[in-house]
Structures are given as C-alpha cells and as structure tokens.
Design a protein around this ligand. Structure first.
Ligand SMILES: [Zn+2]
Length: 935
C-alpha cells in the first residue's frame, strides 16, 4: 500500500504540471463513428475502438526486485475524436485501482485553470480481450483530456511484459527487471493503446534501488536519491509505438563510444564481462554511421544503449534507443568465442539497428506488415555486415538462411509472407523463416532486379515520407515503383500475397531454351500458383547474361541470341537464378544438368551457384522429382569442394540423407560415402587455425570435423578425445580452439555410453564452470549426440533442470539419430510440464519441430497426430501441421528410395557386381554415385 501512496504523489505532480491545449470540436469525425452504448459491444474485437487517440504517456513505475511486484501510474493525454461515454484501452494481468481512475478535461468557456474531473461509473477489466473498459455517465467532450490510472502488477518469469531475469554477482543470485513488449505485452506493464499505429510520446519515471542502473529509451535528465531509493526521470521520447517502450533495471557495467555525429553509444553487460561488449560497441558505432548514409537520415535519438540480458526469449529486440539482446548475440569473447559467434553478433546488431529506422521511425501500420519490418531488417543486416566486413562474403552465407526459407515455404502448410493478422497474439506463429527469410529474400530479389542505386534512393524517399508515422507494404512498393518506373506492386504481390514459390523447369529444344513454372511442393505433389519470376541466366560464362520476367507458360529463348559460336551451343553450361538472388528453384533437363556437373567439377561456377545447383537438386530429389542415384552422381562433382557455404549445406544434406537411408533400409549406412566426401576439406583445414586463413575456413573447420565425428570417422574421434583430455587438464590449452570445440564435444559424446560416462560428466563439469553463454550453448547442443539412448534421456532431463535457463533448453533438442525414439517418448512424458513452461511464447514450437520432424514413417505421423489431437492450441497448431507434413515427406522419400534401391540391386545382381545381401545385415556404401552392398 505504501508503494501506491508514493506513486500517487508522483501522479499528482504530473497532473499539476499538465497543460491543456484546447482543441476544437470535430463534428465530421463524430458523424462517422458509431456510438456504442453497451460495454458488451467491446468484447471479442481484435482491435481497439478508435474514438480516443493517445498523444502522450506520463508513466511512473516502481519495481520491487525482491518481492517481484511493481506499482505504477499512468497519465495519458488523449484526444476524444467521436461521441462516446466509453474509453477502451488495453490492460492485461494488471490490478487496476478502480477508485484512482479519472478523466480530466478543460471546462468549456473557461480559463485554463478550470478543469472538469470525471470519474467513471464503472471500470471493467475484460481479461479474455485484454482490455480495460471505462464507462462514464456522460458523453465525453471532443478534444484533449487526461486519463489517469494507478495499478499494480507482478514481475513475471515468462520473459514477456515486465519480467525478472537472474544473474550472479559475487556468488550471490540477484534479480534484474526488464521489459519485452513486442508484439503485444506493453499492456502487461501499463494500461495503453497497445497497437503499432497508436504512436505517442512517452515520459518515463522510475523509482528503483539506488545502487542499480536504470535505463529507458531516452537519456536520463534527473536522478534524485532518497535513502535506498532513487527516482530517475528520462527525457520525453519522440512519438513511437508502445511495443518499442523499454525499461531495464539491474547491476551493469558498460563501455561507451561516440559516433562522428556525437550520438552516445553504450553496451551494458553484467559486471566483469565488460570486455566482451567492446566488439559489439564498435560494430554499433560503425553501423549507425553506415545507416545514416544508406537511409539518408541520421539516427533519430540522442543515445543508443544495447544491453545483454541473461534471460531473453528472442535473440534481440529493437526497443527504440534501448536495444536488448540475448547474451550470445551481443557479447564476444576474444579467447572463447568462435568466428561464427562473431559473425552472429554483427548480423544481429545490424538487424536491430536497421529497425531504428525501418520499424521504429517508420512503423508498420498493423502486424500484417510484420514481414516487411523483419524481412527488411534481415536483408539490410547482411548489407551492413558486407560493408563492414567485406572479407567475410556474408552474402554467400545468406544462402544458409535462404534455403531454410525455401524449405519451409515448400510445405503445403505454409503461409503468405503478408498474412492477415487479426489479433497481435497470433504473431508468435509467424515469427518464422517465412516472415524473416522469405521476406529478406524477396527484398533481395527485388533489389537485384531494380539495381542497388535505384533501390536505395527510393528507400530513402520512403523513409523520409513516412518518418514518425506508419506505413503499409504497398506504400513501400509505391515508392519503389515511382523511383524505378517498374511495375513493383504487381511483381511483388505475386510473391507476398500467395504462399509458396515456383520451380522453373528449363530444357533445351532445338537450340532453344524452354522455360516453364509451377508451384514447388516438397511433397512432390502439384500446387497452384503463378508468379512473375525475375529470371537471370548466364550461358557458358558470367559475361554472357540475360535477364527477363517469366510471366507466361512456356517461354522460349533462342540460345543463338546468347552465343555467337555455333559449336558452343551444344556444350555451354546454362545457369539460371545467377547468384541465387531469386526465391525459386530450378529444374534442369538431363543435358543441361550434365553440362552443369562438368562446370562444377571444372570450377567454372561461383560458390553461390554451386550452392544453388546442389540445393535445388536435393529438394527435387526429396520431392521425388529426381532419382536418388542421379543426386548421388551430382554429389560426386563436389568432392573437391572447399567453399564454406557449399560444404556447410552439403553437411546438412548429408545428415538428412543419412537419416532417410537408415530408415528406408535399416542396417544400411552412408557413413563412408560422406566421410570420403568431407575428408578432402578436413585434410586441407586441419585442426589448428592457420595464420592469415579466411573467416570462412575458420567456420568451416568446426562444421567439417563435427560431420566426421557424427559419421564415426575413427581418426577424428581419436584426435578429438586427445584434445579434449588436454582441455580438461588446462582450460587454456591451444589444442582446443573455440572454432573446433563443438566438433570435439560431439565427438566426445559419440563415444559416451552407460558404461563409459566420463565424457558426459566432464562436459557437464565444464558447463557448470563457465560463465560464457556461448560455451554453455555449445555444450547443450552436444549433450544429446550420444548413440546410447539412456544417455540421451539423461541429457534431455538435464535440459529441464534448474541448471539450464528456460530459453536455452531448446538448444539441446536436436538429438542423435539413435536417440530419436527416446526423445519422442520423453516429449510425451513431459508434455504437460513443457507446455506449461514454454507454452506462452514461440519457444514451444522448437520442441515439436526438432523432435517430431525427423521421423520418416506414416505410422509415426499417425501416432504423433493422435497424441496431439487433444493437446493442440493456437500457439502450436501451424508448427504441428508443418512437422507432420515433414514426416510424410520423409516417409514418401524413404519409400521411393527403397524402391529405387531394389531396382538398382536387381540390376547389380544381374550383372554379378555384388552378391545380394540378406536384408538388414547389409551395409550400403555409396561410391562414385552407385550403391554397393557389402555383406
Ligand atoms: Zn527484427
């Protein structure tokens, strides 16, 4: 109660200083607005009624980090724009002091000092709609007024709204309080109009323990210490959306630097970790300067603070001027982080800073346009990383994400990028590869089609036009259409408003190339859809290039247009989707594929194009549009491959092929085929970093060694053990560079069994010892790699223990091929607990996707469906459908593979190549693209 009293005083001060600006009545807006008479009428609507518009919030909060409660007050200047006796705003999980609610407005025909205060007849909290309905006796006067409310709430442990995160300081466990509002959780901290288009200014005041750091969106203007408490006041913000408001209260150290414009940039992290913040600080300063040029507009706030939060369900969050991050995406330790960790910091920081313009300054009108926000920030983060670290060639690595987007959008249960969102709570399910990656990919495709300079200048005019307001997707297309003279709206609608993407088939017919498009479905079935496809192609050389829009089916191109020498027409390679800038797949006829295979072997093609051919072929193989044997024949062209992007994809493909072949023909193995495929690069890379080696080689070393460990390469397993023992003796041994640690941990776990637990227990010891989150993450993602299902079960149970932070548990869900059944039983046994702990956010989807998707039988699909029949809810419905579809796709693929294998075996047996084995005792080896059974 005393807290409420204290806050009440603050509110009175705020009221006293409130100055009205009289506004004129607006009869026009009144005419159009329906007068609602009953409180019931506000129930069940996804959006708030628009008869009151917030202009300015004066918020005061007093969090108690010991009791995990907070008390608060809000004074909202708003404008009544239509006749109503109601004020309806959002509030959730707050205890409203109903007697405190009042609406103050200037009395008509009186001086400024005269005010009328109205108390509502009724204050109703409608929990299911998360709204607060205030019913007044009379119609409220059109114009400005001030709504004041006192309230209380709890600092939760769900990583949303206003919540508690824990950390250790001098061996003592402590709490910090932070906010995470996107998309619709500001209402859990203070009553507000919690919609992105309801922009207002925010004046924030915090009462916090005096020894703590208290941060908000704007710089501090005053700090008053009284005893153990201090009152911190912040400068009023420019107008912004509620989901971007942020508060952080805890014990922190910081590093700081100024941009050339004098913007103060700080990185805050736990005490003792300040050195780990320096890299991100440097990246942030350089990125702000870069974006100022790119968007032709300076950063709009006087400061930028970035904070590492120990418990954070997302990777990061773009709160205006106070960006929050999961520790792994902000902190970089020179001694213990990997090259991949470093790149992740750059990409994530660049992503969040892009939002300061694209998202915060220009905000989406409604969540339907979330994809534009996220797709754009994802795309531009690579652009920034490429400018800051050109030697990393990050665009080649963008393909890693790109293929994930293609994978998800190839499912029947996909969704258009631009998806109609009714309630903000539906957003969790579209925080996925479609919104982020497909979004970024179609923007990349458009930029590549329009040209970089035209794209940038049109974008700058868009930002200028919509700064401090809201925009829809079509507003961006209009700006680009105006800048380029191209039919951007028509072109892009075919990519954003329908789900899926096309596969463009190309064949040679009488020296002409014939193109056709149809929707690609990973299941191999036919789908509807027609796209305007920006085709790019090269023929025989990267200097011979042709671009056009594929709109009709079929379309032809005379090869003589491209090549003057008749002799080359029959042999020149033809590569579509040059550099993989288009979001579509390509299917070549046999002749063109053979030419490309030759071009790959002879290194005529760029890494991105080698990646594209591999990725498309694999997808077509999985969709049973291409035989497994011909896919293996293609793989042979990649035997000398050394490029990170291509090999990294090849490794992912190898894991899938391994799983499916094992399912299709139990007892079979493709291990030696893939070991042979990866040994070439492993030998070149070695175990130690080489002076002057590239960033990609540093990343590749770990991935290739991990693959060799997974496929059981004996020498790799032995060498990994040797290095691990050295590391256990001395944590600073040069034998275990961070880049190879994950590989070594996986190798160690591959040798762990119930009777040989040493490796597992040693890894747990290292996990408990380290305070570096990236190291903890590496260990968690290795623990479930053992071939012994009992150990896998133990590791899965460890994920549920208090030693693993809630959001980190999902890191250990990718279990070994041998542990799949164990993981499924475990998921069923603990579903109630899992659903309760992770079910309120998007993290729950990881449990289903990681554990369910790898299966490959129709019986299993049925079993999964049965189990979830009574357990589905809106948070998991889409993920569940997608995962089951994946199981079906795997099952069909395994079935097709089995048939192909039988036919092949029959042929081999006819030719007496090998003796036909006795079923499951067989070991399959894939050599030179052929299956050879070894007894
Ligand atoms: Zn984002």
């Amino acid at each position: 109660m005393s807290y409420i009293k204290g806050i009440g005083c603050g509110l009175l001060l705020a009221l006293a200083s409130y100055i009205y600006i009289r506004s004129r009545r607006r009869p026009d807006s009144r005419k159009n607005m329906k007068v609602m008479v009953s409180m019931e009428e506000f129930k069940g609507h996804p959006r708030l009624p628009k008869f009151a518009v917030p202009k300015r919030y004066d918020i005061r909060l007093k969090p108690n980090l010991t009791t995990c409660k907070f008390v608060g007050s809000v004074a909202i200047e708003l404008k009544i724009v239509a006749d109503t006796s109601f004020i309806v705003l959002n509030a959730a999980e707050l205890s409203i002091d109903t007697t405190s609610v009042s609406f103050t407005y200037p009395a008509a025909h009186s001086s400024n000092s005269k005010q009328q205060v109205l108390k509502p007849l009724k204050v109703d909290v409608i929990e299911e709609d998360e709204i607060l309905v205030l019913n007044f006796a009379d119609t409220l006067p059109i114009g400005l007024g001030l709504l004041t409310i006192l309230f209380q709430g709890s600092l939760n442990d769900k990583m949303r709204g206003f919540y508690i995160s824990t950390y250790e300081h001098n061996g003592e466990k402590k709490n910090m309080a932070i906010t995470q509002f996107k998309p619709d959780d500001a209402r859990r901290c203070f009553p507000c109009w919690d919609e992105p288009a309801c922009k207002a200014t925010f004046k924030i005041t915090l009462d916090v323990p005096s020894e703590l750091v208290a941060l908000s969106n704007m710089p501090i203007i005053e700090e008053k210490v009284v005893g153990d408490l201090k009152t911190v006041s912040y400068q009023e913000s420019p107008i912004m959306s509620t989901y971007l408001v942020a508060i952080v209260v805890g014990l922190f150290d910081y590093v700081e630097h100024l941009t050339s414009d004098g913007v103060k940039v700080r990185v805050y992290c736990q005490v003792g970790k300040v050195n780990q913040g320096k890299f991100a600080l440097d990246v942030a300063v350089r990125t702000l300067e870069l974006y100022k040029e790119y968007f032709a507009m300076p950063y709009s706030l006087p400061k930028l603070e970035m904070v590492a939060i120990p418990d954070f369900s997302f990777g990061s969050m773009e709160n205006y001027g106070l960006v929050t991050y999961h520790e792994t995406t902000l902190l970089y330790d020179v001694q213990h982080s990997t090259a991949a960790d470093k790149q992740r910091v750059v990409i994530v920081v660049a992503h969040e800073l892009a939002h300061q313009w694209f998202g915060n300054l220009v905000t989406m009108e409604w969540w339907t346009h979330l994809w534009l926000n996220e797709g754009f920030a994802t795309w531009v983060s690579y652009l920034a990383a490429d400018c800051l670290f050109p030697q990393w060639r990050v665009w080649t690595q963008f393909l890693d994400d790109y293929t994930e987007g293609l994978g998800m959008d190839g499912l029947r249960v996909s969704h258009p990028i631009e998806v109609k969102i009714n309630q903000a709570s539906e957003i969790d399910e579209i925080i996925d590869s479609i919104s982020y990656i497909k979004g970024a990919s179609v923007i990349r495709m458009l930029q590549s089609y329009l040209g970089a300079a035209c794209f940038q200048s049109s974008l700058a005019s868009y930002v200028k036009k919509f700064a401090w307001s809201n925009a829809k997707t079509k507003d961006l297309w209009a700006a680009l259409e105006e800048g380029s003279g191209e039919p951007v709206n028509k072109l892009m609608n075919s990519w954003t408003k329908q789900k899926g993407y096309p596969v463009v088939s190309v064949k040679v017919n009488d020296k002409k190339l014939v193109f056709e498009q149809s929707r690609f479905l990973a299941s191999g079935s036919h789908g509807d859809g027609q796209w305007i496809v920006p085709i790019t192609l090269c023929c025989g050389s990267y200097d011979v290039r042709k671009n056009f829009l594929l709109q009709t089916n079929p379309e032809t191109l005379d090869m003589k247009e491209l090549m003057s020498e008749e002799s080359n027409l029959a042999s020149a390679w033809v590569k579509l989707n040059v550099d993989q800038t288009g979001f579509y797949r390509v299917e070549y006829d046999e002749d063109l594929e053979a030419r490309l295979r030759n071009a790959i072997e002879n290194k005529y093609l760029s890494a991105t194009d080698r990646f594209g051919i591999l990725d498309d072929s694999f997808a077509l193989c999985m969709a049973r549009q291409k035989s497994f044997i011909s896919f293996l024949a293609l793989l042979n062209a990649y035997k000398k491959e050394l490029e990170y992007t291509v090999l990294s994809n090849l490794i992912k493909i190898s894991y899938k092929v391994d799983r499916i072949t094992t399912d299709a023909a139990p007892g079979s193995s493709v291990d030696s085929f893939f070991i042979e495929l990866f040994l070439h690069s492993a030998m070149k890379l070695g175990w130690e970093p080489k002076t002057g080696e590239s960033h990609q080689d540093a990343m590749l070393r770990g991935e290739v060694l991990t693959a060799l460990a997974v496929f059981g390469h004996n020498l790799t397993l032995k060498e990994a053990s040797r290095r691990f023992y050295a590391f256990l003796e001395d944590r600073n041994t040069p034998l275990l560079h961070p880049d190879i640690r994950k590989a070594v941990y996986v190798a160690v776990m591959r040798r762990v069994s119930t009777s040989n637990r040493f490796g597992y227990e040693s890894l747990l010891r290292v996990y408990r010892e380290t305070n570096l989150r990236q190291e903890k993450a590496r260990i968690l993602s290795s623990l479930t790699s053992s071939p012994d299902p009992n150990i896998t079960l133990e590791a899965l149970n460890f994920l549920l223990s208090s030693e693993v932070r809630t959001q980190d548990a999902v890191l250990g869900l990718a279990v070994s091929r041998e542990g799949r059944e164990t993981a499924w039983s475990w998921l069923k046994n603990y579903w109630e607990h899992i659903s309760k702990t992770w079910g309120s956010g998007y993290l729950i989807t990881h449990f289903i996707n990681s554990i369910v998707s790898p299966f490959a039988s129709f019986e299993k699909a049925e079993e999964i469906q049965e189990f979830f029949a009574s357990r589905t809810n809106s948070k998991i419905a889409r993920t569940l459908k997608q995962s089951i579809e994946r199981v079906h796709i795997n099952a069909y693929w395994a079935q097709g593979f089995r048939i192909e294998l039988q036919n092949h075996l029959a042929r081999f047996s006819e030719r007496n190549f090998v003796v036909l084995p006795q079923k499951s005792d067989a070991k399959i080896e894939m050599l030179e693209g052929y299956c050879i059974f070894v007894l």
